[in-house]
Design a protein around this ligand. Structure first.
Ligand code: PGA
Length: 247
C-alpha cells in the first residue's frame, strides 16, 4: 500500500472542502485506487466537518499534531488524541520539524506516539536532518537517533508510518539526490527493522514533492509514499503527483 498524505499546515476554511472534493472524484474513478491511500491533515478547525463529510468517501482525515496527554487536562489550547479520535481523525502527524522547533523533544514525542496509538490513531512520525547536520555528514546518525529515542517494539508497527522530511527541503523546492535518498531510506528501514523485529513500517518521503520531481522519487523502491505540503493545497497539483507516480 502506498500513501499520499497532504499536510495543509495553516491553510483552509470550510469552503476549502472543494479541493478535497476534486481529489476525491479523481480517486474514486482512478484505476490504481486500490494501490494507495489518500490522507489529508487539515488544521484542527476543519477536522470534524471534513471527517464527517468524507466518512463514506475515499479520503481519510488526520491531524497535524496532538497533545502528549491521553484524555482531558487543564493545559490551555491543547488537543488530545482522544479528542481527535472523537471527531473522526484516523491519523495524526507527530514530530513535524515545525513542532520540534517549538519544543517537542524525544520524551514529549514518545508520549504523543503512545497516547495516539492508545486512542487508535495511526501515527505518521516525522524525522529529518537540518542543513548543518547534512553539511557535517551527520544525516544517518541524526535519523537513527530520532527513531530509536521515540519508537519502541511495543508499538504495533501497523499503527506507525515514518515520514522522512529533510528540514532543508521543506518548502524550499530542493530535494535530495536519488543516491542520497536511496542511502537514507535504506538506512531508515534498517533501523526500523531493528526496532520492530525484522519488518519495517512504511517509510514516506516529504519535502518539496511535486508533479515533476515525483518522476525521480518514484524510482526509489524503499519509499512507500509521500507527505506533501505546498502542493496538497491545490487539487490539480496533488492529483498530478498521483497521476505521474502511476504513469
Ligand atoms: P512541502 O512541505 O511539501 O511544502 O515542502 C512538506 C511538509 O512540511 O510536510
Amino acid at each position: 500500500m502506498k500513501y499520499f498524505i497532504g499536510n495543509w499546515k495553516m491553510f483552509g476554511v470550510p469552503k476549502s472542502v472543494n479541493i478535497l472534493n476534486r481529489i476525491n472524484s479523481f480517486y474514486a474513478k482512478d484505476k490504481n485506487r486500490n494501490k494507495y491511500r489518500v490522507i489529508i491533515t487539515p488544521p484542527f478547525t476543519l477536522i470534524e466537518s471534513f471527517a464527517k463529510y468524507f466518512q463514506r468517501k475515499k479520503i481519510l482525515i488526520g491531524s497535524q499534531n496532538c497533545y502528549q496527554k491521553d484524555f482531558f487536562s487543564s493545559d490551555t489550547s491543547a488537543i488530545s488524541p482522544y479528542m481527535l479520535k472523537s471527531v473522526g481523525a484516523k491519523y495524526t502527524l507527530i514530530g513535524h520539524s515545525d513542532n520540534r522547533a517549538e519544543g517537542d523533544n524525544d520524551s514529549i514525542l514518545k508520549d504523543k506516539v503512545k497516547f495516539a496509538i492508545k486512542n487508535n490513531l495511526k501515527v505518521v512520525f516525522c524525522i529529518g536532518e537540518n542543513k548543518l547536520e547534512k553539511k557535517n555528514k551527520r544525516t544517518l546518525s541524526v535519523l537513527k537517533k530520532q527513531l530509536i529515542k521515540v519508537l519502541e517494539s511495543k508499538f504495533d508497527k501497523k499503527n506507525i508510518i515514518v515520514a522522512y522530511e529533510p528540514i532543508w527541503s521543506i518548502g524550499s523546492g530542493k530535494i535530495p539526490t536519488k543516491q542520497e535518498l536511496q542511502k537514507t531510506t535504506t538506512h531508515i528501514k534498517k533501523v526500523l527493522k531493528n526496532i520492530f523485529k525484522k519488518k519495517s513500517p512504511a517509510v514516506l518521503y516529504g519535502g518539496s514533492v511535486d508533479g515533476n520531481n515525483i518522476d525521480m522519487l518514484k524510482q526509489i523502491s524503499e519509499i512507500d509514499g509521500f507527505l506533501v505540503g505546498g502542493a496538497s493545497k491545490s487539487s490539480k497539483k496533488f492529483i498530478d503527483i498521483i497521476k505521474n507516480y502511476y504513469r
